[in-house]
Design a binder for this molecule. Structure first.
Ligand code: ADP
Ligand code: MG
Length: 291
């Protein structure tokens, strides 16, 4: 594009809080035909809250004090939700030792002489925890779009915690605007497949890539590129940075982590998913002017 067209494009973007970091970012925006969107913190608000607690074999308070002791050592947004809920329910604060974070799965620690694991099915599989117990409740929660977090004490499932993260008000409109522009939309998430599918259905997203470990997100973007797609990746987390870098166009949510913002080619200052189609429209308009 001509320098003038680029200046107009970046000016239009700035006006809407869509910051293109350089001229190449505007030009690439015009050519994107697939948009991969992270779920948590991008399509959703990233403010998870506990909505359900189903226990088996231990009283609720005991489950909460054990689970929260582990989650107090974790920086994961789900961990914060569990801690908040435990505090609100008046659970005692216990100390954990030997804390271990398991990326994309959960966390483990010793509390009160017990081995406590808090996380998803994969974590429980690797801990040889029986998945039958509370399995039906877990599946129900996932089918309802909740993230189901399991709590195991000494290798026995004692609870499933349902956690909800509201979708952003404009996520569905952003998806339909992208579809109207002829762009494929893909959801990419570390969350459970059933949970992700339910939220994708609510937003009109066809393709879901779920249960992806943080270190594998970039690889999934590359696979789409190898299938011939020009890919924009939209994300907010530390987890998303390698995928933002791998994509043809990395788009960061303005309230996202510093590393996501630094890695991206475009930053959405208003953290509004509708600014994703706006960015592509500005790119297309800029390219048209140069012809
Ligand atoms: P996302 O892409 O959803 O941000 P992550 O890779 O951070 O995903 O986590 C994937 C899954 O691992 C979560 O949906 C959750 O089931 C589980 N998980 C990870 N960390 C924790 C934790 N501290 N407490 C409970 N569950 C966790
Ligand atoms: Mg995220």
């Amino acid at each position: 594009a001509t320098p003038t067209a680029i200046m107009v494009g970046s000016g239009l973007g700035a006006h809407r809080g869509v910051l293109f970091k350089n001229a190449a970012a505007i030009e690439t925006s015009a050519r994107v035909d697939a948009v991969v969107m992270d779920k948590t913190g991008t399509l959703t608000k990233g403010e998870p809250e506990v909505t359900d607690l189903v226990v088996d074999g231990l009283v609720r308070r005991r489950v909460l004090e054990l689970a929260a002791a582990v989650e107090r050592e974790s920086e994961h947004p789900l961990a914060l939700a569990v801690r908040r809920y435990a505090d609100a329910q008046g659970a005692r604060r216990l100390r954990a030792s030997g804390f271990r974070n398991v990326a994309g799965r959960g966390a483990i620690a010793e509390v009160d002489g017990h081995r406590v694991a808090v996380g998803n099915r994969r974590l429980m599989e690797s801990e040889a925890v029986d998945l039958e117990a509370l399995g039906a409740r877990r599946d129900e929660l996932a089918a309802g779009g909740r993230t189901a977090v399991l709590v195991a004490v000494d290798s026995r499932t004692v609870a499933v915690i349902g956690i909800a993260d509201a979708v952003r008000e404009t996520s569905a409109a952003a998806v339909s605007a992208l579809h109207e522009a002829g762009v494929e939309v893909v959801m990419l998430t570390g969350d459970n497949a059933a949970t992700a599918r339910r939220i994708a259905d609510e937003l009109g997203i066809d393709t879901v890539i779920a249960e992806v470990l943080p270190q594998d997100k970039a690889g999934r973007v590359v696979e789409l590129q190898q299938a011939g797609r020009r890919v924009a990746m939209v994300g907010d987390g530390v987890n998303d940075a390698p995928a933002l870098a791998a994509a043809d166009l990395g788009i960061a949510i303005g309230t996202g982590t510093d590393v996501a913002i630094e890695t991206a080619d475009v930053v959405l200052m208003r953290s509004d998913p509708l600014d994703v189609p706006t960015a592509l429209t500005i790119g297309r308009g800029t390219l048209r002017k140069m012809r």
